[in-house]
Design a protein around this ligand. Structure first.
Ligand code: KG4
Ligand code: ZN
Length: 340
């Protein structure tokens, strides 16, 4: 029997729908929301309204590209959280309604687990090597930074996490103080490619065990810029590439130091990188280099699966489906990850 899952993602500012068949991707459509550009960050109420406008056309487009119709769908997987309450409500209400009308099971998905399972995503024609269990994942997104041991597809053990800002937040906040538009992470990545990462040094927090901290780095970057701007009002525009390369290096160093520590502590050599920040070219290279040095097998999702998308929700739905983990119509969205 074919198992065909429709996935729906609406946790933040991307409305996405995808179809997965027997664990392989058939389609993955994403509507990016442009309404937030002028506000320097995601405006929750605008995000909810845009999700409402986008969700039907996006689901339609995903089904069309997959060559499927609603009657082919065996289950509907949707993001239950973490995320913005209003945004989550749009996706979850839509998924619940569709599951009732089609009389197919509903599957709630933890967005963070879905990011990790993005390393299992591929089309049937372009299969990728996948990690063996247990594997260790450095999960880096806009709202979360965690080290997770995956015992099987659905069992996460968090062994370290940020005590303040997430890595994506550090990228975005540092970009903001340089006057770059939101989200700044991809722009820092772009400018950093032409810059010298050794040009400026910023103080990094020393945090115990496998936890991370990024708020001190952001403050040190802010004070550094404030002092330099006093001497030279054009300091930022004259040094954008080197500033981006240096702050990116500081963030990557903090992340990879803890990843190495976690790999040593657990003895695990199957290493994955996931979440929106795993799209960062410097971080991808750094983890691959570490992998070569320490004989790890490294798994990183293709860029299209690194940032928020519904294919990762659908593949998580697929693994929950084959493990008979369905959910009731009564579940409410969860804003925070520690409520899972
Ligand atoms: O996983 P994601 O798409 O959404 C959340 O679940 O938060 O991650 C978004 C984060 C943002 O902070 C964004 O700036 C960052 O990922 N990001 C990047 C890059 N692409 C996205 N950060 C650095 N370099 C990139 N290329
Ligand atoms: Zn995400």
């Amino acid at each position: 029997m074919n198992i065909t899952i429709l996935g729906i993602e609406s946790s933040c500012d991307d409305t996405s729908a995808a179809v997965i068949e027997n664990g392989y991707m058939l389609s993955n459509k994403i509507a990016n929301q442009q309404v937030h550009k002028d506000f320097g960050g995601v405006v929750p109420e605008l995000a909810s309204r845009a999700h409402q406008q986008n969700i039907i056309p996006v689901v339609d487009a995903a089904l069309k590209e997959a060559g499927k119709s609603l009657k082919d769908i065996n289950a509907i997987a949707y993001t239950r959280g973490p995320g913005l309450m209003g945004a989550l409500l749009v996706g979850s209400s839509f998924a619940k309604g569709l599951s009732l009308s089609l009389q197919v099971p509903l599957i709630d998905v933890n967005h963070l687990l879905a990011h990790i399972l993005s390393v299992f995503l591929s089309r049937k024609e372009t299969q990728v090597p996948v990690p063996a269990f247990p594997f260790l994942c450095l999960l880096v997104s806009g709202g979360h930074t965690q080290l997770v041991v995956m015992k099987d597809h659905l069992t996460m053990e968090i062994i370290g996490q940020t005590i303040d800002d997430a890595a994506g937040e550090a990228f975005d906040k540092c970009a903001k103080v340089m006057g770059l538009p939101y989200p700044g992470g991809p722009l820092i990545d772009r400018y950093a490619k032409q810059g010298n990462p050794e040009r400026f040094a910023f103080s990094k927090a020393v945090i115990k065990d496998l936890d991370f901290s990024f708020s001190g780095l952001k403050t040190s970057f802010l004070y550094f810029l404030r002092d330099r701007l006093k001497e030279d009002p054009d300091f930022i525009s004259g040094h954008t590439d080197d500033l981006c390369a240096s702050i990116q290096k500081a963030i990557i160093d903090s992340l990879t130091r803890k990843l190495l520590q976690a790999a040593k502590k657990t003895g695990i050599k199957e290493i994955a990188l996931a979440g929106g920040v795993s799209a960062n070219s410097g971080l991808r290279d750094a983890v691959k280099q570490l992998g070569k040095k320490h004989q790890w097998n490294v798994y990183i999702p293709e860029i299209q699966y690194a940032t928020d998308n519904a294919a990762m929700i659908a593949i998580t739905g697929y693994y929950k489906f084959i493990n008979h983990q369905f959910s009731s119509q009564h579940l409410t969205p969860l804003v925070r990850s520690d409520h899972f």
